[in-house]
Design a protein around this ligand. Structure first.
Ligand SMILES: Cc1cc2nc3c(=O)[nH]c(=O)nc-3n(C[C@H](O)[C@H](O)[C@H](O)COP(=O)(O)OP(=O)(O)OC[C@H]3O[C@@H](n4cnc5c(N)ncnc54)[C@H](O)[C@@H]3O)c2cc1C
Length: 375
């Protein structure tokens, strides 16, 4: 199969639902087991427009409105959380690149990413710095038209296969965002295996040792790295992670309703027992509430309303907790069978917890929400 230069049509949630059912769901368990998303799937996703969701049309993307973006991520989350999170990372690189990148950077990278030829990754987290990103230790030095990087990054999604890294560092104490291509001398990539959930995210540790790139690889101004580029990326990532979490909660619900109809105890299907109904009712209610919060955030994002940042924090906070609660109920409803590897709810349980950690932990969300409301 040849890589298309551009998706054949603008993706819709319905088209992606069909794609998820035929291309993602059937191989989710295998991807989880093998801790890998096959490169071929990225090519197929590119043909559906999924790799270009955050890329303007003029650069070969399929930029969709926020309501559609949310609905698509919900479908992806229903299919397989690792694939959904991979698409989140595409957005977290492309959205800031489209906004803060130079024209040359946009022309070089965005069409290639949209076409699935280039896989991007975003490198913020370090061994000693997680939530407190203002304290990043990776150092950048400007010398003879080059930026020289020294430092380490950890837990970088898609790091094992990414062709392009958006790396955050400190230059004379000021935050910078720098594009680093795979294969650049001084960049070492070490795969990290054994993740509890999102196991197919192919996370890696990156080591920069006198890794030199042209100064033209800076994305945005010196000093804008953390305040503008990283925060913009994280805000975008929170929205799609929130919507993906709703999809994961929906998958828990659908799997549980099916099982509760098939499994009989005390002469009746589980779904007829009121305490099981209570769990299913909670899952239904909480998923609906989380979906509405995502929709509210999406509407404000579409309008460019500054309140969208807080609404997105609230949506991500609630939706990730909803996914965790739904996965907990799903496992409970499945009893021992849900505890076996290979049962989807066992995977949902592992994947859901990660949603409370990525793109800012729940505690960071609580602190930021409290700050917004001047508590
Ligand atoms: C599957 C996966 C994929 C990831 N992908 C990427 C990626 O692509 N790129 C990337 O850069 N990073 C990535 N990460 C890293 C992720 O962003 C970090 O794990 C996250 O930011 C939290 O940092 P930390 O794990 O170092 O936790 P820490 O910051 O060390 O926090 C540990 C705990 O302490 C709490 N805590 C910290 N400070 C406070 C405080 N002030 N008040 C109250 N509680 C506090 C936290 O909420 C958390 O519960 C990934 C992580 C995972 C698990």
């Amino acid at each position: 199969m040849t890589t298309p230069l551009k998706a054949t049509s603008v993706p819709t949630a319905l088209a992606i639902r069909q794609f998820v059912d035929t291309h993602i769901l059937p191989q989710a368990a295998q991807m989880d087991q093998e801790q890998e998303i096959p490169r071929a799937l990225f090519t197929e996703m590119a043909a559906e427009g999924l790799t270009g969701l955050a890329i303007p049309e003029k650069y070969g993307g399929t930029a969709v409105d926020y309501a559609t973006l949310g609905a698509i991520h919900e479908e992806l989350g229903r299919g397989y959380a690792s694939v959904q999170n991979a698409c989140t990372v595409f957005g977290m690189v492309c959205k800031p690149l489209a906004r803060f990148g130079s024209e040359a950077q946009k022309q070089k990278w965005l069409p290639a990413i949209a076409a699935g030829r280039v896989i991007p990754a975003i490198a913020i987290t370090e061994p000693m710095v997680g939530s407190d990103i203002a304290k990043l230790e990776t150092e950048a030095v400007q010398e003879d038209g080059q930026i020289i990087l020294n430092g380490r990054k950890k837990y970088i999604t898609l790091g094992q296969i990414a062709d392009l890294f958006l790396v955050f560092a400190r230059l004379n104490g000021r935050g910078v965002a720098v594009l680093v291509e795979r294969g650049t001398p001084g960049l070492q990539i070490d795969p990290m295996r054994g993740l509890m959930g999102l196991r197919a995210n192919m996370v890696a540790e990156l080591t920069f040792e006198h890794c030199s790139v042209p100064v033209d690889n800076l994305v945005g101004k010196i000093g804008f790295g953390f305040t503008h580029v990283a925060n913009y990326a994280l805000d975008e990532g929170r929205y799609t992670t929130a919507c993906g979490s709703v999809g994961l909660a929906q998958a828990c619900l659908e799997q549980s309703i099916q099982y509760a109809g098939e499994r009989f105890q005390f002469g009746e299907p589980l779904r007829k027992h009121q305490l099981v109904q209570k769990m299913l009712s909670e899952m239904i209610t909480e998923s609906k509430a989380a979906r509405e919060l995502c929709a509210a955030a999406g509407r404000l994002r579409e309008q460019g309303d500054p309140a969208a940042i807080t609404e997105t924090l609230v949506a991500k906070y609630h939706a990730s907790k909803t996914a965790v609660h739904a996965a907990d109920h799903a496992l409970q409803i499945h009893g021992a069978s849900g505890c076996m590897s290979g049962n989807p709810v066992e995977r949902f349980y592992r994947d859901a917890k990660i949603m409370e950690i990525i793109e800012g932990t729940s505690q960071m969300h609580e602190l930021q929400i409290a700050r917004t409301f001047r508590l």
